[in-house]
Design a protein around this ligand. Structure first.
Ligand code: PSU
Ligand code: MN
Length: 299
């Protein structure tokens, strides 16, 4: 059986029954530029620790799945080029061929589950892309939420995606989508999307109770928590929307598709907003890390 390399701190926390929060790494290698990527990864780990939980950043190094990275590993990954972007389909390949790879939401959920971690904080999940009628591009993150029992705390999905279709797909897949302290599913840079969250909970203990109730019912899959970006860091929809339209049009014109699409859109958004999208992104991931720590503690 392929084993997972737990860092000393993560294995001690799991052994002692302390709360642990998994963190993804595609945001480091494909979601943000150096050096903000490593600075953010450190801030997010610190936010989890401040919340009384142990952070477990997940990545594949030389074919070994790690749960919990040393700071030197985090730094090397942030500078490296050539890390594969790993989703469910790629995880076994990276292990078998001893590759370096960062884990998307889907792959991080799988690794967290195998490592015994029940709560995971990220920025935004992948979803149904705009123009899906032509491209069939639907992130494997959605299916993973339907099958792997990990609670994913996000700030919603970016409006570079088709948000109504993303929510419809999650409903079809039977994934509970919770608005945390909000009647709406958040839209990443903006607190509101105009789309109702299917359910609302205001207390991390209630989210923990939902996770336990689903486990007792032997329901497969995870829980998706939409945690709105803090008000002070929000970018209004009318400010962000022109950049989104431009980025999506450019990707279309350049024929960018598949795994390359989300990283392309994120890097174009950074330029088109003169870096504002990145500042908001950092703030919302930290905010999600704080909430995930509270949920892990309540479990
Ligand atoms: N959304 C973000 N930042 C990211 C990602 C999504 O705001 O870095 C990454 C996550 O790792 C997510 C992945 O799982 O992109 C989705 O990629 P795709 O659309 O190719 O499934
Ligand atoms: Mn895709």
């Amino acid at each position: 059986m392929t084993s997972i390399a737990h860092s000393a701190a993560v294995s001690a926390a799991l052994r002692d029954g302390k709360p642990v929060v998994a963190l993804e790494s595609t945001i480091i290698t494909h979601g943000m530029p150096w050096p903000q990527n490593v600075e953010t990864a450190r801030k997010v780990e610190a936010a989890v620790r401040a919340g009384g939980a142990e952070p477990a950043t997940i990545a594949v190094l030389d074919g070994v799945i790690h749960a919990g990275l040393e700071d030197s590993q985090l730094e090397a990954m942030g500078k490296a080029t050539g890390f594969l972007k790993l989703s469910r389909a790629d995880l076994g390949y990276a292990v078998a061929t001893r590759k370096n790879g960062s884990t998307t939401v889907a792959a991080t959920m799988i690794a967290a589950d195998r490592a015994g971690i029940r709560v995971f904080a990220t920025g935004g999940i992948g979803g149904v892309h705009r123009g899906v009628e032509k491209t069939y591009d639907i992130s494997a993150d959605l299916q993973e939420l339907a099958r792997t029992p990990v609670c994913v705390v996000c700030a919603g999905a970016k409006a570079i995606l088709d948000l109504p279709k993303t929510l419809e797909t999650l409903e079809t897949l039977g994934v509970p989508v919770v608005g945390y302290g909000s009647d709406e599913f958040p839209a990443f840079w903006s607190r509101r999307s105009g789309l109702a969250a299917p359910m609302r909970l205001d207390d991390p203990a209630d989210i923990a109770a939902l996770i336990r109730a689903r486990a007792e019912l032997r329901l497969d899959g995870g829980v998706l928590v939409g945690n709105p970006i803090p008000l002070a860091d929000e970018i209004a929809a009318n400010e962000i929307n022109p950049a989104i339209e431009a980025a999506v049009d450019e990707a279309d014109a350049m024929g960018i598709s598949g795994k390359a699409l989300t990283p392309f859109l994120l890097s174009r958004m950074l330029d088109l907003t003169q870096g504002r999208s990145l500042i908001a992104n950092i703030a919302l991931v930290e905010n999600n890390a704080r909430l995930a720590a509270k949920i892990a503690a309540a479990l």
